[in-house]
Design a protein. Structure first.
Length: 437
C-alpha cells in the first residue's frame, strides 16, 4: 500500500514522544495499519532548535504543512483555540483525518469540527483530550454504544490530584504543596487552568457530550477550584471517613415529571474512603462510568505526561490510518438526545458546612432552623476542637453534613447562615459525593 503521510503540529512533551514512537516503532505500526506511516513534517515555533529529528522535517508554517498534498493525517498538539481550530478545519475540509489532544478547543468546537469531518468523509479522533493514556472516550463511543450511561465521574486533572493527595498525606497547606508541585514539574508556572478547574471543566464537557448524546460546551459546566481547600478541611474529611478530590461529574438528571437534563460540574468534594476514587492518589487519573446494564466500570492510569498521552494519540492515529487504508470510518458525533444542561441549582447534592459559631445558648437551634426552613435534612452535626460550644474565646467549630437536597436550597441555607449573629464565620462549604443518602 502507498505510505500514509503524517503531519505533527507541535513538538512539546507530547509531540516529541509522538514523533519518537512513529520513528522507533515504524515496522510494528506499518503491520498494524496495513501501510507505512511516514512523517512528512513537524510544525514548531523555532526551527533552529535541536529537537532530535531531521531538521529538514521542521517547519514554522503549520498551515503550509497541513495543505501539502503528501499529508494524509494531521496530529494537532499545539494547544490554544483559534490557530488549531483554523488548522484542523483546513485539514478536514481538504479530506485529511485529524487526531487532536486539545481539550480546550474540543470542549467548545467539537460540533463544528465533527460536522466538517462528516461532510468530508474523514475522521476526527480525540482520545488523548481526556485523561491522558486512559481509554475513556472510545469505550463511551463504542463499547457502551448499546447501553444507557447515567453517570460519569472522575479525577481527570493530575495537578490538582497531586496537590490534594500531598495535603492529605502531610498536613501541609495549599500554597506550600503548590510550590512543591511546581518544583517537581506537576504544576505549570501559571497553574490557574488546573487549580481553578478550567482544565477539568473542558474534559467534563467532552465526556458529557459523548455519554449523553447531547452537545455540552465548557460554558455549560459548573466549576469550582481547589484554592480554598485547607489542611483543616482534609483533617475534618478524615474524621468523617472521607478524603477530598477535585471531581468532574457528568450525570443524567431526571425530574419528577420524567424530563431529562444533563448535569456537568467540577468541584472539590468529600469522597468516602471506601469509594474507588478515594484511592486514586498522586498525579494519577481515574474515571468511573455507571451504565444501566454494564453497571459500574472504572478506568485508571496515567492521566498526563508525554509518553502516556502520546500512547493515546498513536492509538487514534492507527485507527484513522486503518480507516484510510481499508475505507472505513470512525464513529460520528451523536447528539440525537439533545438534552439541555441542568443549572447547578437543580442538581441534588449533599453539603459539608464548617462554621465558627458563638459561645452562647441557642446556637444549635438557630443553625438547625435555617436548614429546616429550606427543607434540607441534616445527616450529622459535630463540634470540633473541644468538649462543648464554650470551647475557646472565638467560640467553637461546628460541622454540619446534610442529606441530598437541591443545590439551590443548600446554597440559600449557607447564605442565610452567614447572616446569623451566632455564626462568626462560614469557613468551608464542600459537597459530598459517592453516597446515596
Amino acid at each position: 500500500m502507498n505510505p500514509i503521510g503524517v503531519a505533527v503540529l507541535g513538538m512539546g512533551n507530547v509531540g516529541a514522544e509522538v514523533v519518537r514512537i512513529l520513528q522507533e516503532n515504524a515496522t510494528d505500526l506499518e503491520a498494524r495499519v496495513g501501510a507505512p506511516l511516514e512523517l512528512r513534517g513537524v510544525a514548531v515555533r523555532d526551527v533552529s532548535r535541536s529537537r532530535g529529528v531531521d531538521p529538514a522535517l521542521l517547519t514554522d508554517d503549520p498551515l503550509e504543512l497541513v495543505q501539502r498534498d503528501d499529508v494524509d493525517l494531521v496530529v494537532e498538539l499545539i494547544g490554544g483555540i483559534e490557530l488549531p481550530r483554523k488548522l484542523i478545519r483546513t485539514a478536514l475540509d481538504a479530506g485529511k483525518s485529524v487526531v487532536s489532544a486539545n481539550k480546550a478547543l474540543l470542549a467548545d468546537y467539537t460540533g463544528e469540527l465533527a460536522a466538517a469531518a462528516a461532510d468530508a468523509g474523514v475522521d476526527l479522533y480525540f482520545e488523548a483530550s481526556v485523561a491522558g493514556a486512559i481509554p475513556v472516550i472510545r469505550p463511551l463511543m463504542q463499547s457502551l454504544a448499546g447501553d444507557v450511561v447515567n453517570r460519569v465521574a472522575g479525577i481527570v486533572n493530575g495537578t490538582t490530584n497531586f496537590i490534594l493527595s500531598a495535603m492529605d498525606e502531610t498536613g501541609a497547606n495549599y500554597m506550600d504543596v503548590l510550590t512543591e508541585a511546581g518544583r517537581l514539574g506537576y504544576a505549570e508556572a501559571d497553574p490557574t487552568a488546573d487549580v481553578e478547574g478550567y482544565d477539568a471543566a473542558a474534559k467534563a464537557a467532552i465526556l458529557a457530550s459523548i455519554a449523553f448524546h447531547s452537545r455540552v460546551t465548557a460554558s455549560d459546566v459548573y466549576r469550582e477550584g481547589i484554592t480554598a481547600i485547607t489542611a483543616q478541611d482534609l483533617q475534618s474529611a478524615k474524621q468523617l471517613g472521607c478524603t477530598i478530590k477535585l471531581l468532574s461529574i457528568c450525570e443524567r438528571i431526571v425530574d419528577a415529571e420524567g424530563a431529562q437534563q444533563v448535569s456537568a460540574r467540577v468541584y472539590p468534594a468529600l469522597v468516602p474512603l471506601e469509594h474507588p476514587l478515594a484511592t486514586v492518589n498522586g498525579a494519577f487519573n481515574a474515571v468511573v462510568v455507571e451504565a444501566e446494564n454494564a453497571g459500574r466500570l472504572m478506568f485508571y492510569g496515567q492521566g498526563a505526561g508525554g509518553a502516556p498521552t502520546a500512547s493515546a494519540v498513536l492509538g487514534d492515529l492507527v485507527m484513522a490510518a486503518r480507516n484510510r487504508v481499508y475505507g472505513g470510518r470512525g464513529p460520528l458525533e451523536s447528539t440525537y438526545a439533545s438534552l439541555p444542561a441542568a443549572p447547578i441549582g437543580k442538581v441534588p447534592t449533599r453539603y459539608y458546612v464548617s462554621m465558627q459559631v458563638a459561645d452562647r445558648p441557642g446556637v444549635l437551634s438557630a443553625v438547625a432552623n435555617e436548614f429546616s426552613r429550606r427543607d434540607v435534612s441534616i445527616s450529622t452535626v459535630r463540634q470540633e476542637g473541644g468538649g462543648g460550644l464554650t470551647d475557646g474565646p472565638d467560640g467553637a467549630r461546628l460541622v454540619v453534613v446534610t442529606h441530598r437536597a437541591p443545590d439551590a436550597a443548600l446554597s440559600e441555607t449557607v447564605a442565610a447562615l452567614k447572616e446569623l449573629d451566632v455564626v462568626l464565620n462560614v469557613a468551608s462549604v464542600l459537597r459530598l459525593e459517592g453516597t446515596n443518602e
